[in-house]
Design a protein around this ligand. Sequence first.
Ligand code: MRU
Length: 342
Amino acid sequence: MTDHIYWKEGSLYVLDQRALPFKKVYIQCRTLADVIKAIKNMTIRGAPLIGIVAAYGVVLGAGEALQSKGRCTEADMGRICARLKATRPTAVNLAWALDRMKDVYKRCIHDADRLDMLTDEAIAIHVEDIQNNRMLSLYGAELIADGDTILTHCNAGALATGGYGTALGVLRAAHEAGKRIKVIATETRPYLQGARLTVWELWQDGIDVELVPDNHAGLLCRKGIVNKVIVGADRIALNGDTANKIGTYMIALCAHQSQIPFFVAAPVSSFDRHIENGSYIEIEERDGKEVKYVQGKILTVKDVKARYYSFDVTPARYISNFITEKGIIERPFRKYIRMLCS
Ligand code: MRU
């Protein structure tokens, strides 16, 4: 699955993840506003993919400025990046990609080269993400044994990244290496990234996958039905505290209680060198309507209040290892994460 996002003749095309696995619909983003909408309304999602799409959004925004007044000034660039940064607050890959785009803007001396240089950088961010995922997946596959049954949450697959995936990349690499693995995917209410996207990706690869409701982690760990857990990340603090899809923390607690290894697979772009611990991570709170409706169908009393935090933070003490493209991170996390980010 590498065709879920592509750049063609000045437009960004993204596969609408809200329609999967039932329909393959591409949305054409011609403008910065189209990209902002696609990130906010979850047409695309997943931390690394949000960063990549935002980088292409900068290209579209700069192109619009150039077209309307012949220049894209530093102030224009600041406004473009600020609008993109405000789309979703938790995934640090967004700010990371925007910083790279701003650096390229500053390095460019001639106005005429600006758009080409920004386009090249967006493509580089995209291509590097796929390479990093493949590399971290090779490292991670070493932690997976023949016969393992591994629980995963949400979707940290090709669809959530430039391609191949992080947590699902590790499972893919283990499968490609001939290890017989079984994956248990949580549904991941309310967007059902697990049911709709993770299951779809693994199914297409011929990986043995089984779907469970989100409330199964305790029983699965306690009964020894799963013997490993692997998830992705939206933001990792210097001490290793990790934001990921809401529910990850509960799964980590269950795994810890049953002494089951809990792995976080993420590229270096998911580490936030500016924050000491997870208390500084902003948790996105989405509209409660998204809990009350699934795929457009109401599930409850129409006017009931509903709350939806999109992410939670798993304290570092419940994480066994981080899997990155630079290798496996062991304890003490703070020391190695600092080295990784420097
Ligand atoms: O709300 P989403 O679907 O963007 O949340 C995605 C996740 O929480 C993923 O696990 C995370 O971004 C890692 S993706 C490699």
